[in-house]
Design a protein. Structure first.
Length: 359
């Protein structure tokens, strides 16, 4: 467990509000540009606004403090716009991910493909409502991805700094998309050992959630290679711990808090590290039950039974231990880094928030 640190004085709520304001302004500009397309574009923009509202803003925060680890902001508003670009990337990934996983909800509201599917049904249009919803989600995800690049390129920071950051951003987007395909393939094959599950976790989430945002912020600040290396050494194990926590919440999380149905990862058939560890440890009958149940409609009672199987296997406790070990490794690396002291304190707080969360 990461020990509490003295408060840094950073106002996280104010930062989240500034990121939201930057996103709102950017989407206002896009709405003006697309106004000639009429009501259909307006519906697309409305869903874009919904997709970037709320959330923990971890990616923007790690980008910001990756920059602040190196130097004070030259232009605070421009830096916030650059950080907000990562939230557009995140929104794009979630819109696509919900469709790929056939998820019905996101943050307690209908997933994008379900929203557009419902609009089709209500209007009584021709064709298949589900296909319409799928098409709309794919297109909105693509649009958010394109906008993430545009927002970073046009953030207002110096062109050489932005150019360095874009090279990392290009790598980040390639990693998360390839990681998503690896995840889809693993689920299609219906098997994944712990090493494969960790590779999916690393490239689909850990890098783009924490390590690459830190790298992008550092690149914007003109960091030297050693600083980039040390921040990456902090960010990767922390990103892995962050996603392992997400995997636990996907099975054991409270739907009232997570905004997702109980045992959602089990229903979606995700071959996570948690599941791989459980399958390795349980007896033949429990392994057969867990394996056969993944990716099927499950009643609350069936979800409860699978939770018991995973608990009994020791996988739940083991993942908690791994989260703690990874977080400790990350913070140990951070403590040895030659970075700004205020940034060190905030990054420590962010590490605790990322790994000890309940949503």
């Amino acid at each position: 467990m990461i020990a509490p640190s003295p408060t840094s004085g950073w106002d996280a709520a104010a930062f989240r509000a500034s990121v939201q304001a930057a996103l709102d302004t950017f989407l206002d500009d896009q709405a003006d540009r697309l106004a000639a397309l009429g009501s259909d574009a307006a519906r697309l923009l409305a869903e874009a606004r919904a997709s970037v509202r709320g959330g923990k803003r971890f990616r923007a925060a790690f980008c910001y403090w990756g920059y602040r680890a190196v130097r004070e902001p030259v232009d605070e508003a421009a830096l916030v716009r650059a950080c907000a670009a990562l939230e557009l990337l995140h929104a794009s990934a979630l819109v696509h991910d919900d469709y790929l996983d056939a998820s019905d909800t996101r943050r307690g509201r209908p997933a994008t493909h379900r929203t557009f599917e419902a609009q089709h049904r209500t209007a009584g249009w021709r064709g298949d409502p589900e296909q319409y919803g799928a098409a709309a989600a794919i297109l909105l995800g693509d649009l958010l991805l394109a906008w993430s690049d545009e927002m970073l390129r046009c953030c207002g920071l110096a062109e050489p700094d932005v150019s360095r950051a874009l090279r990392v951003f290009d790598l980040c987007r390639s990693e998360v998309i390839a990681g998503q395909f690896l995840d889809v393939s693993v689920q299609a094959r219906g098997r994944a050992d712990v090493d494969t599950a960790m590779t999916v976790l690393r490239f689909k989430s850990a890098k783009y959630s924490i390590q690459r945002p830190l790298h992008i912020g550092a690149a914007l600040a003109g960091a030297d290679e050693e600083t980039v290396r040390v921040l990456g050494g902090f960010g990767l194990p922390l990103g892995e711990a962050f996603q392992l926590r997400d995997d636990l919440l996907g099975v054991f999380g409270d739907p009232a808090v997570t905004g997702k149905p109980a045992g959602d990862d089990l229903v979606e058939g995700k071959r996570t590290v948690l599941v791989a560890l459980a399958l390795d440890a349980v007896g033949r009958d429990d392994a057969a039950l867990l394996d056969a149940s993944l990716g099927s409609a499950l009643s609350p009672a069936e979800v409860g039974r699978l939770r018991e199987v995973i608990d009994r296997s020791g996988a739940h406790a083991q993942v908690e231990e791994v989260i703690e070990a990874l977080a400790d490794r990350a913070v140990t690396t951070l403590e040895g880094a030659e970075i700004d002291e205020v940034a060190r304190g905030v990054l420590r707080e962010l590490a605790a928030a990322a790994t000890q969360r309940v949503v």
